[in-house]
Write a protein that binds this ligand. Structure first.
Ligand code: HEC
Length: 170
């Protein structure tokens, strides 16, 4: 009698456990998945909006001053063929593209996240370190004008705040 009772209790306990687990499983999993999907969706939408601004206002500036080293569309200068210069130029392009490749628009190809890329671009614009001085010496028109810098920084700031908004909402 006692054994039967104990077995019954155990069975009941197992059933409750099973119910709780399967409910928890069913009840919890979908919302987590849903949040992930909606985060991915809002991220994709935000990146598309950022890219639209980029293509409209920023890309032509970067094409003029950054693409030679940060894209697959390098315009090699005539002195590229000169011995000694060739390896310097090619190293710049190799290194430049490794850090940041602008070929396929935003989000850019790099080792970092899109947000980190924007931070890095902001930094090089603010400290005037890009394009590198050796490039500026040889390309007279390659300096960013103050108006161009302002335009780039404006795009970076609005893009960063759009990305931060998604992070805050999740
Ligand atoms: C002459 C080639 C050359 C040009 C032109 C050039 N870069 Fe670079 N860039 C490099 C190289 C090489 C590196 C990696 C090594 C370094 O930081 O100097 C780099 C690195 C960077 C980085 C990464 C810095 C970091 O801290 O990770 C950013 C961002 C960047 N460049 C942005 C730009 C932008 C924006 C322009 C145009 C306004 C530009 N670059 C023009 C060669 C170039």
């Amino acid at each position: 009698m006692k054994i039967k009772y104990l077995l019954g209790m155990r069975l009941l306990f197992l059933m409750v456990l099973f119910f709780v687990f399967s409910y928890a499983h069913k009840g919890l999993k979908p919302p987590i998945l849903k949040d992930k999907t909606s985060e991915t969706t809002s991220r994709t939408l935000a990146y598309q909006a950022i890219n639209q601004q980029y293509v409209q206002n920023i890309k032509q500036i970067f094409q003029k001053v950054c693409f030679d080293c940060h894209s697959n569309k390098t315009n090699y200068p005539w002195y590229h063929k000169l011995p000694g210069l060739k390896q310097f130029i090619e190293r710049d392009i190799r290194e430049g593209k490794k850090h940041l490749n602008l070929s396929n628009d935003f989000p850019f190809k790099s080792h970092a996240t899109p947000q980190e890329d924007l931070d890095a671009i902001e930094k090089v614009i603010l400290d005037n370190s890009m394009p590198p001085w050796r490039y500026k010496i040889l390309h007279w028109n390659s300096k960013l004008t103050e108006a161009e810098k302002k335009e780039i920084l404006k795009w970076i700031h609005s893009s960063l705040s759009a990305i931060l908004k998604i992070c805050a909402a999740m």
